[in-house]
Structure formats: structure tokens, C-alpha cells
Design a binder for this molecule. Structure first.
Ligand code: WT7
Length: 636
């Protein structure tokens, strides 16, 4: 197990060590894992290239560090507790031994289909145990998994299949989500028309609904697993061999395939899991995220399982059948650590206090939040009504690209402050940069959040586009990793994340690029152009506000057109990307070089009229028109 910090002075001491001697610090943590061949060098890095390598020359397999490593001690310990969408369906428990067998079986299935080390596998599954089994089986044989959140559209899935050139797609007949049954295979079929690289499709039977199975291409999971052997030797991986790709939105262009490698990611996920949540052996840990996002990768699967923990995986939604489902699950399984998003907290708060107040939840020790800034009201509600005033809250700041938590309290150790992610974890060196690209020293400062030294869990590249990796993360502040977030360091040296400062919107903790949404809106035949910005939303954190130029639209059908634009976006990206508000405008504020000045639009939707300098606009008059239209839409 990784070393566990247990006091504040212990944290300060470890932090100091990690800054003065980072290589010695991380080497000590890496030593708690099983390596087939030790590393020759701890770290090689150059943020200007950029290039980062951890544990150079080391050989290992991450699943060996989950299964073989825990086999004798933990074979009968529950690894995954799976709670279905419908509370009347029985839950399932997989011990480490049972999960290992399933993973080996599916690894053998993949091998029998010709999957080799380095091949890409797309996994498009709901939150069912097969999702965990498929990802671990992929890692077992050295294939690279690319998990696509099951709420994404056919077009989004196809785009990801093609970018990764995946050979295999794993999906399900359908999925259960609250009261709905969703035809997942049907969406996958649509994507498959546009996904030339996929050779085989493996289909899990979950809902039992009718699906089309294409002869020679589509295979049932349960049939393939019937005769698969339960022994499968883990592939030897280099520390820097890819483990997975996970697509995420950026401020420009199509989603980026963030690439994480094996050795560094493993150590970072395990170390941060153990320390932030202060997990003690025997605890039941429940992260309510979806494995389709990085939170699920690092803190439902890899982190907890590497530490021999019991991790709870929930198929459903917090409001089904009633808005007390999380609290019910916490009591049913005596959950000790619970990790969710501010959006979930705000939406449950909005359902009324009585739902959480009915449950004592005496097992709870730690509460966590992630994905977006948490407002103070939500923080206090979580603390008082869920944690009953006795559970520390860990507000964990990190990103898909960071692989694991970067700035966060250690539960029960770091004194917390509502809405503050507090202090950096050992090994993490944040710097705050001003508008001129200078680091801001001292406290009481605000600026762009950068990280100036590598950490083991950081992404190594954008799949197939290293140049883009360099441009997006290492160009704004040369020699530093730029996060895209604004941040404040207060008088105590505590960090408060202020939100994205690039063209990324964070809707309910889901990250969406404005350009991506605009492209989808512009596909509509009646739309000439559009501009999308985020605006403050009481539940979702940010809502999506679209300014749309549609000169040829029929005069009396604005509402219908709005709906049809929304449906178009759902179809091209996902229902989560649908604009909340659509304002028709006759033009957009543009600079002489034709760039849309989103800054002004952001001000308008935030209710401010302090637009700054508008003299560089080719059409300054448009600002007034847009402002009036905004007021009308707000009141209407
Ligand atoms: C962005 C990353 C990391 C897993 C989920 C999201 C925002 C994340 C916090 C927090 C304020 C946060 C940032 C970040 N964010 N955690 N505790 N407080 N903001 O991963 O989709 O890669 O999004 O989420 O803006 O850059 P992601």
C-alpha cells in the first residue's frame, strides 16, 4: 500500500520533501508497487518540448498491481459492489478473486479476437460491471481503452472511434437510467456506419431489448465468455506505454484524446486516493461519477482497486425512484466515503432538505466534491445535512489531463474553508500567473493557474497530435503547464478555483467546448452563425447561452426553431450540450479580423454592462441590440 499521511505536520513534511527532492519522494511511493523490472531513472522532463517520462525503463502491468498484488491478503474482500438502477433488482458483489477471474476471461476473449498490445478498444457502456471488467481486461493485455460516456451521440462516438482507430467496440443492447430504457446498441449501430476501423462489436445483454446483430461483426458478451479460461498472464508494459485515451473538450476544434501512460498514472491514482479520502482498509467507498469521465477512471476503478479498497459502482441516477437514492445506498452498504459533484449536491438540495434529513448515515466519515467550483450554500448543505456536521469535505480540484487530484484537503487533516480546494498535494507546484505572464508571488493574488513541475499522473500527449498538446498546455506560459482555470490564493495561502478562463463551459461538471457547440448549431439549415457562452446557472453551475444569427427564419416560429436547434445539438454531441437559452440576433460583435468577441457576450449574460473597450469592433452598434434582446429574453 502507498504511504499514508495522518497528520497536518506529516503533510507539511511530505510536501516539503516532495518539492526539495521530488525524485526521492516519488521513488519511495513507487516502491510500494510490483514492478517486473525496476526503473533506471525516476524522471526525465522538458516542458518546452514538451516531454515527460516517469520511471524510465520500468516494466509492470497495472492489473497485476490490482490482482496478483492483493491475491493472498484480499482475495475474498469485495472489490466492487454494484448497485443497479432499479432498487428491487439485487445488487452484485465481486470479490477481488471473482473480479480477477472475469477480467482474465474477458482478456482471453479479446485475445481470441486478435487484439494485441497497443490496439485501441472503444468502450461505450452504461455503469454495469462489464464496464469495469472490459477496461481492466484491456489493460491486462496491453490494449489501450478509450471509454466513451454512454450519453454521447452516435456522431460523437464515431468521431472518437475514428480518431483512435479502434478495432473493437464494446457496448450493450440498452441501458437503464432512472425510469428510462435507452437503446444504446441502436446508437452504436448508427455510429458504426461512420466507424471504418471497428472490426468486431461485443454486445452486453443488459435490458433484453430487441437489437440488430450484424452477422460476422456483432458478438454477444455472454456467449464469448462462456468458455473463456480464467487464467491470463498479464502483458509486460513499459512504464511509459499508453494505458488509456480519454476524450475531452477544449476551447477549439474537436475533442482531444488525452493520453495517460501506465506507471506514473498508477502511482498517482493510488497515492491520491489513499491520502485525500484517508481510506482505511475495510471501508466502503462510493464515488457517484460515471466511469465515462476521468473521475470514474481514477476514483471508481484504478485508485481504489490498486489500494485493495471496496468500491461501489452505481448504475442509476440520484433521483430515482426518489430523490433519496444516494442516502439509501449509503445506509444500505454502510458507505464510509462519498464523492460526488456540486451539481448533484445543488439539485438534491433543491428537492428539499427532508430527503437527506430522514437518513442518519452514521457510517459516513468523509465527503468529497469534484468537477466545478462549489458555492458556499451547497458546501454548507452538504456538510450539515449529508455529513451531519461531522464529516470533513474534500473539495478536490483536478482535470482529465492531470490524471488525479492536484489541490485538495486531506480528509480530516487539512483544515477546510467552504469553496476552497485548499492546498496542493505533495509533489504539486502550482503557480499563479498574471496577464503579462509573470508569476504572482505571495498571498492575496489572483490569476491563471499553472503547474511548474511534472507529476507522475499528468497526461503525456494528445493522441495523434503532439503539436496540439504543446499548443494547448505549454504555449500560453512557456515552460509551464497551463490548466485553463482562474484561481485565487488567499491570505492563508489557500487556493480557490474561480472557473475556466478559456472557451470551455462547465455544465453540471461536464466540460464542453464553445466551438464544438457552435459547430453543431451551425449545422442547422436556418442558422448562418452562432456564438456560445456560459452563464451563471443555479443548479448546473453554468448554463449554455447561444446567440444565433438566422436571418432567413420564419417570423413567427422562433420557439419551434429553438427546439429544432436543441435537438440538432443533442444529436451531434449529446443532450448535455443542448443550449439552455437561445437568443436570435442580427449579427455578432466582431473584430476587424473577423473574430467573435466572446468577452462582450460573456459580460452581457452575466448581467454586466461594463464591456471594456469596444472600439476594435467593426459593428459596435450590435452590442446594444444584443443587450436589449437579452433583457427581453430574461423577462419573457
Ligand atoms: C475542469 C476539469 C476532474 C474530474 C472532473 C472534471 C473544473 C474540477 C474542480 C473543483 C473548481 C473544478 C475546472 C477544471 N473543476 N474540479 N474542485 N473546483 N473547479 O474533469 O472534465 O477534465 O474538467 O473542471 O475548471 O479545469 P474535466
Amino acid at each position: 500500500m502507498v504511504p499514508k499521511i495522518s497528520t497536518l505536520s506529516g503533510y507539511l513534511h511530505e510536501y516539503q520533501k516532495s518539492i526539495v527532492h521530488p525524485e526521492i519522494f516519488w521513488e519511495r511511493i513507487a516502491e510500494s508497487f510490483h514492478w517486473r523490472k525496476p526503473w533506471e531513472k525516476v524522471l526525465e522532463w522538458d516542458f518546452n518540448k514538451p516531454e515527460v517520462k516517469w520511471f524510465v525503463g520500468g516494466k509492470l502491468n497495472i492489473t497485476e498491481n490490482i490482482f496478483e498484488r492483493h491475491a493472498c491478503m484480499k482475495g475474498d474482500t469485495p472489490a466492487i459492489i454494484w448497485e443497479p438502477n432499479d432498487p428491487s433488482e439485487p445488487h452484485k458483489i465481486f470479490t477481488y478473486k471473482q473480479l480477477w477471474d472475469e477480467v482474465n476471461k474477458f482478456a482471453n476473449v479479446l485475445k481470441s479476437l486478435g487484439v494485441k498490445k497497443g490496439d485501441r478498444i472503444t468502450i461505450y457502456l452504461p455503469m454495469i460491471p462489464e464496464l469495469a471488467i472490459a477496461m481492466l481486461a484491456s489493460a491486462r493485455i496491453g490494449a489501450i481503452h478509450s471509454i466513451v460516456f454512454a450519453g454521447f451521440s452516435a456522431k460523437a462516438l464515431a468521431e472518437r472511434n475514428n480518431d483512435a482507430q479502434s478495432k473493437i467496440l464494446i457496448t450493450a443492447d440498452g441501458s437503464f437510467r432512472g425510469p428510462k430504457t435507452i437503446p444504446l446498441k441502436q446508437t452504436a449501430d448508427e455510429a458504426l456506419h461512420m466507424s471504418g476501423s471497428i472490426e468486431k462489436v461485443i454486445v452486453v445483454k443488459r435490458t433484453g431489448q430487441q437489437v440488430r446483430m450484424k452477422e460476422g461483426r456483432d458478438l454477444w458478451w455472454h456467449e464469448l465468455m462462456k468458455n473463456a479460461a480464467t487464467e491470463c498472464k498479464a502483458e509486460t508494459m513499459d512504464a511509459e506505454d499508453p494505458l488509456f485515451i480519454l476524450y475531452t473538450s477544449g476551447s477549439t476544434g474537436k475533442p482531444k484524446g488525452i493520453l495517460h501512460t501506465t506507471g506514473g498514472y498508477m502511482i498517482y491514482a493510488a497515492y491520491t486516493f489513499r491520502n485525500v479520502f484517508q481510506y482505511t482498509d475495510g471501508d466502503i467507498y462510493f464515488c457517484a461519477a460515471d466511469i465515462g469521465w476521468i473521475t470514474g477512471h481514477s476514483y471508481i476503478i484504478y485508485g481504489p482497486l490498486l489500494e485493495g479498497a471496496t468500491t461501489l459502482m452505481f448504475e442509476g441516477i440520484p433521483t430515482y425512484p426518489k430523490p433519496d437514492r444516494y442516502w439509501q445506498i449509503i445506509e444500505k452498504f454502510k458507505v464510509n466515503q462519498f464523492y460526488t459533484s456540486p451539481t448533484a449536491i445543488r439539485s438534491l438540495l433543491a428537492q428539499g432538505e427532508e430527503w437527506a434529513d430522514k437518513y442518519d448515515m452514521p457510517s459516513l466519515k468523509v465527503l468529497g466534491t469534484v468537477g466545478e467550483p462549489i458555492n458556499e450554500e451547497a458546501w454548507h448543505w452538504y456538510h450539515n445535512h449529508v455529513g451531519k456536521g461531522r464529516c470533513p469535505i474534500v473539495d478536490t480540484w483536478w482535470q482529465t489531463e492531470t490524471g488525479g487530484i492536484m489541490i485538495s484537503p486531506l480528509a480530516g487533516i487539512t483544515p477546510t474553508k467552504p469553496a476552497y480546494a485548499t492546498l496542493p498535494l505533495p509533489g504539486i507546484r502550482p503557480v499563479i500567473m498574471d496577464a503579462d505572464g509573470k508569476p504572482l508571488k505571495g498571498n492575496n493574488v489572483e490569476g491563471s493557474l499553472c503547474i511548474e513541475f511534472p507529476w507522475p499522473g499528468m497526461a503525456r500527449t494528445v493522441w495523434g497530435d503532439h503539436q496540439r498538446y504543446k499548443e494547448v498546455y505549454f504555449t500560453a506560459y512557456p515552460g509551464k503547464y497551463f490548466t485553463g482555470d482562474g484561481v485565487k490564493r488567499d491570505e492563508d495561502g489557500y487556493y480557490r478555483i474561480l472557473g475556466r478562463i478559456d472557451d470551455v463551459i462547465n455544465v453540471s461538471g461536464h466540460r464542453l467546448g464553445t466551438a464544438e457547440i457552435e459547430n453543431a448549431i451551425n449545422e442547422h439549415p436556418l442558422v448562418a452563425e452562432s456564438a456560445v457562452v456560459g452563464y451563471p446557472h443555479p443548479i448546473k453551475g453554468q448554463g449554455i447561452y447561444a446567440f444565433v444569427v438566422a436571418p432567413a427564419r420564419p417570423g413567427n416560429l422562433d420557439e419551434e426553431l429553438r427546439n429544432s436547434i436543441r435537438q440538432g445539438v443533442a444529436k451531434l454531441i449529446s443532450p448535455i450540450a443542448k443550449p439552455d437559452k437561445i437568443q436570435f440576433v442580427s449579427g455578432l460583435p466582431k473584430t476587424r479580423s473577423g473574430k467573435i468577441m466572446r468577452r462582450i457576450l460573456r459580460k452581457i449574460v452575466a448581467g454586466s454592462s461594463d464591456y471594456g473597450d469596444t472600439s476594435t469592433l467593426t459593428n459596435p452598434g450590435i452590442v446594444n441590440e444584443i443587450q436589449k434582446g437579452f433583457e427581453a429574453l430574461k423577462d419573457g
